[in-house]
Design a protein around this ligand. Structure first.
Ligand code: PGA
Length: 251
């Protein structure tokens, strides 16, 4: 029996205009109205957040952002604060996605500050971690993940992290069609849970939700979700089409 409530999260990345986002969100609300077995989140672009928030109000679809900046306001051209996300209707925020780490220079230090800002504003942080293909080939998967967790969560107490969600996304599986096997993913999720127990405590380790991400599709979600330490999915490409995403939600 599941002890943790699943979370199926869609990361829309840099796709969809405002009109397209509203239309997809509206369709998703209809398609997922019977899905009481899981939490659901979609993360559109910043420009669509407030509009999508209106569309999904009162439904079981929650709103997330794809990034934030840690300062609350000021001369930081182009950045968005946690409070601004809350005011646009967000409940979640994705932090440290591998595309942000690889293309926009995010580090474990910036991830740490962003998680702190999210928690201060009562946003649910979805912290993304994962190894590259060459790191996996060099047998460095566990040491890479250990460092990302240790540094990303440095300075917090277990009480601070009650809402934290971790998304394990092997970089080699994102947008490539290659998925980690359910056993490969389970092995990593188990490792992460024990890491949380060592760094914090058993309660947090048992309650924290650890999502898998990387080419999750309707055809592989059930197998992944059958693993004891996989509590949900962070879905990119397959979340863009509401019909397809709904199939994942109904794993
Ligand atoms: P993908 O992306 O499902 O398209 O592989 C996952 C992600 O980047 O979160």
């Amino acid at each position: 029996m599941r002890t943790r409530r699943p979370l199926i999260a869609g990361n829309w990345k840099m796709f969809k205009t405002c009109a397209e986002a509203v239309e997809a969100a509206s369709r998703l609300v209809d398609l997922s109205s019977d899905a009481n077995h899981t939490d659901i989140m979609i993360a559109p672009t910043f420009t669509s957040l407030a509009l999508v928030s209106e569309k999904i109000a009162g439904s079981n679809v929650g709103l997330g952002a794809q990034n934030l900046f840690w300062e609350s306001q000021g001369a930081f051209t182009g950045e968005i604060s946690a409070q601004m996300l809350v005011s646009a209707g967000c409940r979640y925020v994705i932090i440290g996605h591998s595309e942000r780490r690889q293309l926009f220079g995010e580090t474990d230090e910036s991830v740490n500050k962003k998680i702190n800002a999210a928690i201060q504003s009562e946003l649910i942080p979805v912290m993304c971690i994962g190894e590259t293909e060459s790191q996996r080939d060099a047998d460095k998967t566990f040491s890479v993940l250990d460092k990302q967790v240790q540094m990303g969560l440095e300075g917090f107490s277990s009480g601070d992290l009650g809402s934290l969600v971790i998304a394990y996304e092997p970089v080699w599986a994102i947008g490539t069609g290659k998925t980690a096997t359910s056993n490969q993913a389970q092995e990593v999720h188990r490792f992460l849970r024990s890491l949380i127990e060592k760094k914090f405590d058993k309660n947090l380790a048992e309650s924290i939700r650890i999502l898998y991400g990387g080419s999750v599709k309707p055809g592989n979600v059930a197998e992944l979700m059958s693993m004891p330490d996989i509590d949900g999915a962070l879905v990119g490409g397959a979340s863009l089409d509401p019909e397809v995403f709904s199939k994942i939600i109904h794993f």
